[in-house]
Design a protein around this ligand. Sequence first.
Ligand code: ADP
Ligand code: MG
Length: 696
Amino acid sequence: MSKEQFELTDEVMYVKGVGPRRAEALHKLNIFTKYDLLTHYPRAYENHSSLTKISDVFEGEQVLIVGRVSNITSREARGLTIINALLKDETGYIRLTWFNQKYLLTKLRNGMRLLIIGKAKFDSWSGGLALNQIQSTTILEEDEEPALGIVPIYPSTAAISQQVLRAAIKNLLNSMPPLTEILPQKILDAQELISLDEAMRAIHFPRDFFELDEARRRLAFDELFLIQCGLMLIKRQTRDERLGITHKKNGALVKAALAKLPFDLTSDQKKSFREISKDMESKLPMRRLLQGDVGSGKTVVALLALLKTVESGRQGAFMAPTEILASQHYEKFSALLTDLGVRVDLLSAKVTRTKKSREELYEKISAHESDIIIGTHALIQEGVKFANLGLVVTDEQHRFGVTQRATLEKKSDAVPDMLVMTATPIPRTMTLTVYGDLDISQIKELPPGRKPIKTEAKTTRGRKKVYDFVRAEILAGRQAYVVCPLIEHSDSEQLANIESAEEIFDKLSRGIFRDVKCALLHGKMKPRDKDDIMEKFRDGEIKLLVSTTVIEVGVDVPNASVMVVEHAERFGLAQLHQLRGRVGRGAAKSHCILISDSKADVAKARLEILERTNDGFKLAEEDLKLRGPGQFFGEAQHGLPDLKVADVFRDVELLIQARDAAEKFITDDDNLNYFANLRKNLALAYGDKFNQITAG
Ligand code: ADP
Ligand code: MG
């Protein structure tokens, strides 16, 4: 196949061995193009270096066996096709059982030579060992030597087998012309990296573990390098082309607000505001991250910064991740600021639903008849034009992409200052990658007088007691959350015995909470319905809210005093901490109960950490120590695409190298030839995440 005919953006359906039906299964894995398939990297590898004789098979051990098949039979049981057979080699027989691999029936014939990879378990039917966890079945020609070596294991679903994935990727690699190098030779030499083409082939089918390491290092470097280049291009665009805003020293308005607050700032809040003020008074655009645990009082600091921009004669925008949060901030801000003559507006879906009210508000904003505008993503929509934007605050930044941030920045002639707030304790290396080196302020202490949340881990055996307790709290006038990991029931192997939010809601609302107003809330609901339920919960009409992690981000319902988390082992520690921050906001003593039957030591140890400490930073540190960086963030929440190969904790050194290389690369005009390619790769890898730079 010639190079012109091969495009990585071609649909995956056109890969040999895929076709329309399998393409559909691949779509479920987010694989749509050849590029997606090419970068569907193995999640693990198995070293199939030697064959096992049937007489040497042990229970539970992963084995590779070559033998001849006979006595093939099949039956249906509970909608499942079960195929049985015998496998024979020169040392003996073993029984084979395949579950749900009906297609094998059309292929297998008695007497064929097979290469089987799988695990043996005791089998009550035959009274001996049987290979009943078969991962791979390969039919061998009479004289064919089995392919041994390192075998990739891909992230997959029941709908598509490892063999099919392996074959598809192999076919893709075989039909693919050598990949164009994206890095200049200088960088390859300096970093001692293998070529992109070699790396891409070796990550799937490495000859040995040494080659695999090299491939991984190269691809990890690329990921980090590309992201760094992308971030630097954004930064250069905003920092070089236009100047920032020089804000005035803090004046009467900030002082008046401070005097009006019903409390004194904590010393960390003061320090953070000092740092922010200093940035805002400088003429370079501020790029600052305000990190502070749930409830540490970031909002007040943001409010002061917004007032600072108002008294410098500018407008401030405050972007919240959800409608409900935006309206909550709006209410609090209005209560404090209306007396001070500050005009606060809420740009919500409700307001913008009718053309008239929408245009009225847009008009107010562009005529500078509004000083502080609070809203969600709606703030960055086309029609919104600020007269004089001085500061943009984004709350819980990890929900917003880098691009959205950049879009908001473009809504002004001068580059507005930017403050990003997050409750997630983000390690330094992470901020380097994701935030492109923002400056950081931290609030480490909680305001005085907070009652710590009592956290307890329980097993399902204690569930009845737990819900009796929840019921008692509700009858005493308080409210409760129940958080579940899944929305609806899943039949996939790993998830089948997890009760979904829907199931738990049904059980609770028809059972022990029959006479209590319950509601179900999850991410697949319409935003309007979600808001409606959240509002009713906030107003105390709904007493028990069964939900997924959609409630994770910042709603304030002080009357909610209990949270039960089902299948707690399925959540990231940082996420659980953020979740439990939803209770403990009022006067009542609050409880968080983590239900888990997980027997794994790490899972247990993690829940114990939560029982022990309420300090988000300490918790993050311990979690990292305990199980490595892997799922620290739970599902990718940081706005940027997931890193597929690189690991920001393990690859710290590589990250720094990639950063330096990116810096040199971007500033070296000799590299102009490579720029087009760089953009193309950014687009391939990250779609429109970086679109405004890839378009330029
Ligand atoms: P978060 O950091 O999670 O955004 P908030 O800003 O919502 O936290 O603050 C949580 C609560 O603490 C709010 O009700 C706020 O009024 C209160 N608060 C903030 N700062 C102080 C302080 N210095 N002293 C007492 N209460 C405070
Ligand atoms: Mg907050």
